[in-house]
Design a protein around this ligand. Structure first.
Ligand code: IMP
Ligand code: MG
Length: 183
């Protein structure tokens, strides 16, 4: 984890202000409320990056819903990626026949989301859709549809609003781009 001095060395450029994010999340909430008007969806958030988006999205949805979380770690340090994805246990509730909305902070290659979706499908839900705050459009094509997307972003390393760089910056109330890294 970076210490305070390395934190101060980083430069973070603003991508989306808090009010822009709030407005977009409200739109997604309205859309989900319409789409799921006849059912009680289960929102399953991917920890930890989803936590701020999940809290806002859940409150923007006006129909009854349930909240669960699942964790996944894609062993990578800082901005380095590799393919090893460990998915934590599925939620304790039965998903059989339920309508699941899988909630992510950011979908990049889609490998993390794909691993979690595969895990959740074992529990035979009626449907699974994905809601992600950010989608990096320059990444390779995804093996699953993204139904609800907050913002499409370029291939930048983004932080804030739940998203981290080496566990820091999750508490920023805006989405920013880390423009200076330790290599
Ligand atoms: P994917 O498996 O390549 O789609 O990456 C998704 C996961 O990697 C997310 O759940 C994040 O934890 C992390 N991640 C990917 N890109 C970023 C980023 O720009 N900022 C912060 N975390 C990221
Ligand atoms: Mg991370």
């Amino acid at each position: 984890m970076a210490d305070k001095s390395s934190l101060e060395m980083r430069k973070i450029d603003l991508l989306y202000r808090r009010d822009e994010i709030e407005e977009r999340v409200l739109e997604l909430g309205e859309q989900i409320s319409r789409d799921y008007a006849d059912t009680t969806p289960i929102l399953i958030g991917a920890l930890k990056g989803c936590f701020v988006f999940m809290a806002d999205l859940a409150r923007a949805i006006t129909i009854p819903l349930e909240i669960e979380f699942i964790s996944a770690a894609s062993y990578r340090s800082g901005t380095q990626q590799d393919d090893t994805i460990a998915v934590g246990p599925s939620p304790m509730v039965s998903l059989k026949g339920r309508d699941v909305i899988f909630v992510e902070g950011v979908v990049d290659s889609g490998k993390t989301a794909e691993a979690i979706i595969q895990r959740l499908k074992i529990n035979e839900p009626n449907s699974i859709e994905v809601a992600t705050l950010l989608h990096k459009t320059e990444s390779s094509s995804l093996s699953f549809p993204l139904k609800y997307v907050g913002f499409e972003v370029a291939n930048l390393f983004v932080v804030g609003y739940g998203l981290d760089y080496s566990q820091l910056y999750r508490n920023l109330n805006f989405i920013g781009h880390v423009s200076e890294f330790d290599k």
